[in-house]
Unconditional design. Structure first.
Lengths: 431, 397
């Protein structure tokens, strides 16, 4: 069985930045034909600026090349396995052609702000007129339904609005923190992708399409449901507690020896979840005298004396390398993990053994390695068939082959700048 | 009840704790019949993890369990007994999807590998979620959430550079594995439904986190750079969280948004030449902040949020659970759902991750331990009530 599970499904992907494109990336990895729809007037901002600056942004070997917008790393990863076309939806001729495309598609995904969705006539009601059984995903910041449907957000805003930021931080006093990435984006995107497939199943049964409206903030709140339940049940609001845990000690992140980039920035996470693990931990680190101290022998004692405990543990970890500590403790049955940076993950022996990273190529990018898919499928392995589409790369395939337009017609559209492969000035400014 | 997207789908759920249950919770919300198989006696260990209703530890009062198990049916079954295993195999024959998150090797120990189950039911999609996957040198390593975040890569980049890396809140790595397994399971099911051929889907909690990192891996893979912690700072400024009259707000200003901000705040300080370009603002962050603070301290969170949004500036609120329960947008969308439960009475639960127009999501209360034994064993499989008593005496259910 070589056919990927979503082969035969066609998706028109209007995603911008990360959340929207990530929906299409997941569907494309699973075999859907995902056509990324942009325009030479306005392209997905994750392509980066039209004129790239060496050293700024993420380009192969730091080289933006002649067409940087076809080379930027995050754009490549978030849009792998897709086709790409350009079409100016703001002009009647463009919209007309687009509608023909909708008629031969199954799903349309959009994460513009709601007023932009409506202006471009990419809302469900408009698209349903064009194709009655279409499945439409709208994923503006806080959903396209409700009093704040036109509100704007960045990825970071979602952590704040969802309730995550309030409980993330070093301590109650030191204020809320953001995570190291735009956490709401892949969270909302995965929720959306799964629901799109569910809607496809429903359409197969009944012939009916539908509208899926995702609030990125709500999709993220789902992932701290127990904190929400603690409030609705007990009126309790969780405190920011750094790396500590209410019922495990020691539980934290400890400095290790070495590291050159950045200097001395190696760490190990250790979590001792039972007295048995505590005894195993003490033995594994050579039973220094302090580990025999009565006050550390019980969970309550360890919780009460955590500052001292953490200090003593770090006096030991700092003498060892992160992987050394992890291996030593794991051998003893104690949960521990080196705090891996990007390089350490790319070079990680476990991931290498499992063939996690995958390779893909594109003439304008070269051959690159990307992180592997979100799951492994045994009968239909997920691979990178192609890296992300260059701007307008598949205009001819989509307009010519799928819509049956003549070469002459396509040329005319190019002349009128309804389609094209070269961005016009300002195409890189987010609308 | 309206037909739901997955009303015709049968799921067997051997999962426990967080990752697997979040995956099957999503399937249940979309209408699938999820039969959760729990160990006789204790059940899912999440039943003994807090927060508890009124802080009373009780297997039917865990908020964690409640949230993760809405809409499921619970039966108890001892898979270690041969009778229990035979009953399970009967259930497998009718299932579309099986989800489990035991340690690698446990299912094989029961004699329940995918190869065995596939023989009985070729269309079965089996999803296994484990800490590190079913192979590789870390396979049998122990994991807790902080270990998952360490090896997952998000922890290294979270927090301030001159301080210790910070673990993201709660159990995010486990939730992400469940969420992404839901997508993989749905895809495999959709394919199996067309071809009649199921497959085995494998999820690793560590790899899920590696896969969803935003820039760290790409920085290194593309140009050999290591992404480091940046605290609350962004590449542009202002970018981050600010204290105002009654709490924190979030602000992110790039490009033309700055002009809108200047027009709104309209003070000589904000119009200062020393912060009138993106580059100047990044170099003079303190001056930008000094120009913003008097305005922020003069206004409440709600004022800043709505006034900013009216000007299309993406201001956000740093919200507490209480803020969220009262949030007009969440309420208008019906996010919060009140559900009655025999042991806790009516409680407010988070509802749907999205609104579906034709096949609305449903949030149905979580099951009591073994609540559906009679329904599944007697009505479905044809055992008599006497049989149930015997099975109970033999500690099989």
């Amino acid at each position: 069985m070589s056919q990927l599970p979503l082969e035969g499904i066609r998706v028109l992907d209007h995603g911008v930045i990360w959340a929207g494109p990530w929906v299409g990336k997941l569907l494309a990895d699973f075999g859907a034909e995902v056509i990324k729809v942009e325009s030479i007037q306005n392209y997905d901002a994750s392509r980066g600026p039209i004129a790239g600056i060496s050293g700024l942004g993420i380009y192969p070997d730091m080289d933006p090349g002649e067409r940087p917008y076809n080379r930027r790393g995050p754009f490549q990863y978030w849009n792998q396995n897709k086709c790409g076309i350009t079409i100016d939806l703001s002009r009647p001729r463009g919209l007309q052609i687009y509608h023909r495309l909708v008629q031969i598609s199954d799903v349309v995904t959009v994460n513009f702000p709601t007023d932009v969705i409506e202006k471009l006539k990419l809302d469900y009601d408009s698209l349903k007129e064009v194709k009655p059984d279409i499945i439409v995903l709208s994923m503006p910041a806080y959903g396209a339904i409700g009093p704040e449907k036109n509100y704007r957000a960045f990825g970071m805003s979602q952590e704040q609005m969802s309730g995550i930021a309030m409980i993330l931080g070093y301590s109650a006093e030191s204020g809320p923190m953001k995570s190291g990435m735009d956490y709401g984006d892949p969270t909302a995107a995965a929720s959306a992708a799964g629901m799109i497939i569910a809607a496809l199943h429903y359409r197969k049964k009944t012939g009916k399409g539908q509208w899926i409206d995702v609030s990125q903030s709500e999709a993220t709140t789902m992932l701290i449901g127990e904190a929400m339940m603690d409030f609705t049940m007990n009126r309790r609001t969780w405190e920011r507690m750094g790396n500590r845990h209410p019922s495990m000690a020691p539980h934290g992140c400890y400095r290790c020896r070495g590291g050159d980039e950045p200097p001395d920035d190696r760490w190990v996470a250790i979590a001792v979840s039972s007295d048995k693990e505590w005894r195993a931990f003490a033995k594994a680190i050579g039973s220094p005298k302090w580990t025999a101290d009565e006050k550390f022998s019980t969970l309550l004692g360890r919780l009460e004396n955590q500052d001292e405990l953490d200090r003593l543990i770090e006096e030991w970890t700092i003498q060892h390398e992160d992987h050394e500590v992890m291996t030593l403790l794991q051998k003893a049955g104690v949960p521990a993990g080196a705090v891996l940076n990007g390089k350490a993950i790319v070079e990680n022996p476990h991931l290498e053994k499992r063939d996690f990273f995958q390779t893909g190529s594109h003439p304008q990018v070269g051959t690159m390695r990307h992180p592997g898919p979100i799951v492994k499928m045994t009968k239909t392995p997920i691979t990178i068939k192609r890296l992300a589409p260059a701007l307008g790369e598949h205009n001819e395939y989509v307009l010519g082959k799928l819509l049956g337009m003549s070469g002459k017609e396509i040329e005319e559209l190019e002349r009128e700048r309804i389609i094209g492969d070269t961005p016009l000035p300002g195409a890189d400014k987010m609308s | 009840m309206a037909e739901q997207a997955l009303s015709d789908v049968k799921v067997l759920d051997l999962s426990w704790h967080i990752a697997g249950p979040y995956c099957t919770k999503l399937l249940a919300g979309l209408g699938a019949e999820v039969v959760k198989i729990e160990r006789p006696g204790q059940g899912d260990p999440a039943r003994s993890i807090g927060p508890f209703f009124n802080d009373e530890p009780h297997p039917e009062k865990s908020g964690l369990f409640h949230h993760l198990n809405t809409g499921k049916k619970s039966i108890t079954l001892n898979l270690k007994s041969s009778t229990g295993k035979n009953i399970f195999l009967q259930l497998v024959q009718e299932a579309d999807i099986l989800v489990e998150n035991f340690s690698p090797g446990v299912m094989a120990g029961f004699g329940l590998t995918y190869e065995v189950l596939e023989e009985l039911n070729p269309k079965l999609v089996m999803t296994s979620i484990s800490n590190f996957g079913s192979s590789g040198p870390y396979r049998d390593y122990k994991m807790t959430e902080i270990v998952a975040q360490a090896l997952g890569g998000l922890m290294y980049i979270t927090g301030d550079l001159d301080r210790v890396p910070l673990k993201p809140v709660g159990s995010q790595a486990q939730y992400q594995a469940g969420l992404n397994s839901f997508v993989g399971t749905m895809a495999a099911f959709y394919g199996a439904n067309g071809t009649g051929i199921g497959q085995y889907v494998e999820s690793s909690i560590m790899e899920t986190m590696n896969s969803i990192l935003e820039y760290s891996l790409l920085e290194y893979l593309y140009q050999g750079r290591i992404e480091v912690r940046k605290g609350n700072k962004g590449a542009a400024h202002p970018w981050g969280m600010y204290f105002c009259k009654d709490g924190y707000i979030g602000i992110a200003v790039v490009g033309k948004l700055w002009d809108r901000l200047v027009e709104w705040i309209d003070t000589p300080e904000i119009r200062s030449e020393s912060i009138d370009s993106i580059v100047k603002r990044v170099f003079n962050r303190d001056e930008v902040d000094a120009a913003l603070y008097p305005f922020f301290m003069d206004h409440t969170r709600e004022e800043i949020y709505h006034q900013g949004q009216e000007r299309k500036i993406p201001i956000s609120l740093v919200r507490s659970p209480e803020d969220l329960v009262n949030a007009p947008q969440y309420r208008a969308r019906g996010f919060w759902v009140d559900i009655d439960h025999p042991e806790t009475g009516t409680l407010t639960y988070p509802g749907a991750p999205a609104i579906m127009s034709e096949t609305p999501w449903q949030t149905i209360r979580p099951p009591l331990l073994g609540e559906h034994n009679e329904e599944i064993y007697c009505n479905r499989l044809g055992y008599t009530k006497e049989d149930l008593v015997k099975l109970k005496e033999m500690s099989i259910i």
